[in-house]
Design a protein around this ligand. Structure first.
Ligand SMILES: Nc1ncnc2c1ncn2[C@@H]1O[C@H](COP(=O)(O)OP(=O)(O)OP(=O)(O)O)[C@@H](O)[C@H]1O
Length: 231
């Protein structure tokens, strides 16, 4: 995204935000509450039309493009609200994630892949999503987002409300996913962990990118240490 401005009605949230992600990268977007991280993901995914600026995905300008079309083209957005179909089983939720697949034969292959990534989901295929634990719900939301064969996955705060061990499990799954070639943009408040798992990061404050660079460098940056790591 280049020089992107976006917001809600009169409230402007993003101010000239530019973010570039190359294919295969694991990039993090971190910042305090209300900085505009979720707004950035909503804008990229097509849920929120930008006020100005340009969003390009896989060589195509996608400003104002319908988010279902973006999904079909390989862009998957996993929101922090999860939006699971709570009255449907784990398997049915996963099948819903594959609805936009042109090649329905891929469904079985993708199911095997997400079950390898999250074995707990395979153990609970017949369970209603509404009865899953918080961590399992998060895993299901991520897995459902992977059922459409995405090129780029936008993940919003997967660690929110999770115990450290489950957070580790979810982050490890994202790492495996990235190693398989899927590009990831991860929004997080868990800055230490996020900088350890990602290769590059952007720091967003009050709707503006204030720092960017390799995560290994940002973790030793004085501003990051003082504001986010408390050291
Ligand atoms: N639908 C909406 N209508 C009006 N204002 C909104 C809406 N969604 C978000 N905002 C406002 O936009 C600003 C940025 O919100 P956003 O959710 O993008 O921040 P964030 O960095 O993801 O924060 P958090 O880490 O707390 O989730 C906030 O001031 C928020 O109140």
């Amino acid at each position: 995204m280049k020089n992107l401005n976006a917001g809600y009605g009169f409230l402007k949230v993003l101010w000239d935000v530019s973010i570039q992600i190359d294919r295969g990268e694991f990039v993090a977007l971190v910042g305090p509450n209300g900085a505009g991280k979720s707004t950035t993901l909503k804008t990229i995914s097509g849920l929120l039309p930008p006020q100005s600026g340009k969003i390009t995905f896989d060589g195509q300008v996608i400003n104002n493009q319908d988010c279902a079309l973006n999904c079909r083209n390989g862009l998957s957005y996993i929101s922090e609200e999860l939006n699971l179909f709570t009255g449907m089983t784990v398997l049915e939720n996963l099948e819903m994630g594959a609805q936009l697949l042109d090649d329905k034969n891929k469904m079985e292959e993708n199911l095997q892949f997400v079950f390898e990534l999250f074995p707990r989901l395979e153990e609970r295929v017949g369970q209603y999503a509404g009865t899953l634990s918080g961590g399992e719900r998060k895993m299901l939301a991520i897995a459902r987002g992977l059922m459409s064969n995405p090129i780029l996955v936008l993940v919003d705060e997967p660690s929110l409300g999770l115990a450290p061990q489950v957070t580790e499990e979810v982050f490890n799954a994202l790492k495996v996913l990235n190693k398989k070639g899927v590009t990831i943009l991860l929004v997080e408040q868990n800055v230490t962990k996020t900088l350890k798992f990602s290769s590059r990061a952007y720091i967003l404050e009050k709707g503006e990118v204030v720092l960017e660079g390799p995560s290994s460098e940002l973790i030793t940056n004085d501003h990051v240490k003082q504001i986010y790591l408390g050291t």
